[in-house]
Design a protein around this ligand. Sequence first.
Ligand SMILES: [Zn+2]
Length: 250
Amino acid sequence: MKKKITVDLSVKIVKPEWFERLSNFSKIVRVFCWMMRFVNKLRKKPSYDTKTLTVEEKAKAEIILWSIEQKKHFHEKENSVHGLQVVRGDDEVLRVKTRIIERDDDLSFLYPILLPSKHYITECLIREYHLKYCHAGVQILAAKLRLRYWIFSSKRNIRSCVSRCVVCKRFTAKALTTPPIQLPLDRVRESAIFEITGIDLCGPLLLKPRGKAWIVLFTCAVYREIHLEPLTSLSTESSINGVHGQCYKL
Ligand SMILES: [Zn+2]
């Protein structure tokens, strides 16, 4: 009789967040703004009635968005998160208590907003800063973001975002190299000057008060000498004269 084997598999289905449909930080904030307006109207709370979003409204929405995400990712314990001293302001957002709070500076620089690492919105924010500062590198981005935000393992997060930028990849890609090839015999053998010659024509050059001129360029394949012969027309006779002129001089 066959032995029955029962296997218990637990599958956890992670439902994607609403913002994961959007790839742009500004757009996430804007959509969240409209959502807030809608909820406020349903709750009959005072809300903005303008056709476009205001700057204050967007700033407020960003703060609320961060406070919601912070509650999901950080567990504050005696004003500390993973060993970092934090304070919760009136806006319910967690801010890092830096060591420079005695300095007379902007409040968001002294108390930057704490952001979760490897978070979708954080990555969108880094990407937005990267584009805003013309594909800036890791050091510049870290400094610019630090003015307002405190990201856990910020350098690692920024480096990973920058390394995924297609435009930066194109500019940092190594050029293809090929092994040097041997020169043909006509380039290296002993010969008289201009014995092996290449000819090209450049122009037209505009002459004053009127007229055009061209230049026949003779190059010696062995000694790399050059000789220029002027032409005043592109007719067959003129071209032949130009070549003959060079031959006579030699
Ligand atoms: Zn880039």
